[in-house]
Design a protein around this ligand. Structure first.
Ligand code: ADP
Ligand code: 5GP
Length: 206
């Protein structure tokens, strides 16, 4: 059917397991492309330049905004994060599926510009488990942890704006669900079905 790839947008509160799920999904689905975001946040101990993020300073980020190089951007917990537009557009047009792991403000901007995207919200099994996961990751200061936890309670109501909800109880199961969503989306009937009908009608004439 359509030659365009899917744009899969994954969001949810910090610590819910988005990064863990996306990493496992990317290992399992070899032709899925990850959009590497730009951020003004400092790298964590296990992160590297160009792999987890493109780590840039505020001035470079402002230049990207002014040059309209970002598909979306947002200030999340005191730092800026944004999706470079060119990579996403090029890959989708080549027919490749692209994964964005971005916050809710960003996802809503993408939905506005590209409503045919697939919007997936990830939640933890409980708020208690969420706090445990953020603490266990050991990446946040007390202040940052509290900000993330407080934001989570406000973010949950935005689940209504998404197409799918996955409760990340067990990582393997959550990844399987995400794979199933992608498979289902690929079978969805769109206006491109006309091409399929024409092809079959042509074949019947022979
Ligand atoms: P996010 O990207 O949403 O901020 P992470 O993927 O960094 O979240 O996960 C936060 C922490 O929770 C990590 O330490 C990760 O190993 C752990 N985690 C993720 N998913 C699960 C799960 N299903 N069960 C238990 N721990 C999990
Ligand atoms: P972290 O600092 O934990 O890596 O990410 C903090 C938040 O920023 C997460 O909710 C993550 O999904 C979000 N984020 C990462 N990249 C982007 C991006 O390009 N745009 C937006 N809007 N949010 C992003």
């Amino acid at each position: 059917m359509t030659n365009k790839g899917l744009l899969i947008v994954v969001s949810g509160p910090s610590g819910t397991g988005k990064g863990t799920i996306c990493k496992q999904l990317l290992n399992a689905v070899s032709d899925l492309k990850l959009s590497v975001s730009a951020t003004t946040r400092a790298p964590r101990a296990d992160e590297s330049q160009g792999v987890n993020y493109s780590f840039i300073d505020k001035q470079q980020f402002e230049t990207m905004i002014n040059e309209h190089e970002l598909l979306e951007y947002a200030k999340v917990y005191d730092n800026f994060y944004g999706t470079p537009k060119k990579y996403v557009v090029d890959e989708i047009n080549k027919g490749n599926d692209v994964l964005l792991e971005i916050d809710i403000q960003g996802a809503l901007q993408v939905k506005e510009k590209y409503p045919e995207g697939v919007f997936v919200f990830i939640l933890p099994p409980s708020m208690k488990e969420l706090k445990k996961r953020i603490v266990s990751r050991g990446s946040e200061t007390e202040d940052s942890l509290n900000k993330r936890y407080k934001s989570a309670t406000e973010e949950i109501s935005f689940v209504r704006e998404y197409n799918y909800l996955i409760i990340n109880d067990e990582v393997d199961m959550a990844v399987e669900k995400l794979k199933a969503i992608i498979s289902a989306e690929k079978c969805k009937i769109t206006e491109d079905v006309e091409e399929v009908i024409t092809k079959f009608k042509e074949e019947m004439k022979c």
